[in-house]
Design a binder for this molecule. Structure first.
Ligand SMILES: [Zn+2]
Length: 161
């Protein structure tokens, strides 16, 4: 997927996640959206840095890098939610584009993709991007509502006010 597709995906995902985490119509919801959207957009920009440094769709498009971003907040206490941007970038490249990515790089340069992908220049690219984003938000909503105590998260977000 190209850059505007990744930005659109990340912004919509951030807004949706912020609302899922704090579904009440209040100031805390706007803060929740802001809190997750900016790190997700930044994370979604990271993988394509390998268009300038390294091998595109390999060097920064792999699961070891995702694990680094996932683990980072546990060790250093910052960059929360950035891993979600990296992950959604991977999902969009694997599911939404024809070429796929080298998930296990540097172990293997093999690129993996789904047959659902369209060419990044295709007129369908934006439709596919929005469709994937809706699917991702549905998955997140299920995860949040069935595994996390939403009220605690809401209360925690409200405590920042
Ligand atoms: Zn990419």
């Amino acid at each position: 997927m190209n850059k505007d597709g990744h930005v659109l995906n990340a912004v919509l995902l951030g807004i949706g996640l912020g609302i899922i985490l704090n579904p009440k119509p209040e100031i805390a919801t706007a803060l929740s959206v802001l809190e997750v959207t900016i790190p997700i957009v930044l994370g979604a920009m990271v993988p394509d840095i390998d268009t300038a440094f390294g091998k595109h769709r390999k060097t920064l498009h792999n699961l070891p890098l995702l694990m680094v971003f996932y683990a980072f907040p546990f060790y250093f206490g910052n960059l929360e939610f950035v891993w979600i941007g990296v992950l959604t970038h991977y999902v969009l490249d694997v599911v939404g584009s024809k070429r796929g990515i080298a998930l296990f790089y540097p172990l293997t340069p093999q690129e993996y993709s789904f047959p659902t992908g369209v060419a990044t220049s295709s007129k369908w690219a934006m439709h596919v991007t929005v469709l994937i984003t809706v699917f991702e938000l549905a998955v997140i909503a299920v995860i949040v509502h069935y595994q996390l105590p939403v009220q605690d998260i809401t209360d925690a977000a409200a405590a920042f006010l």
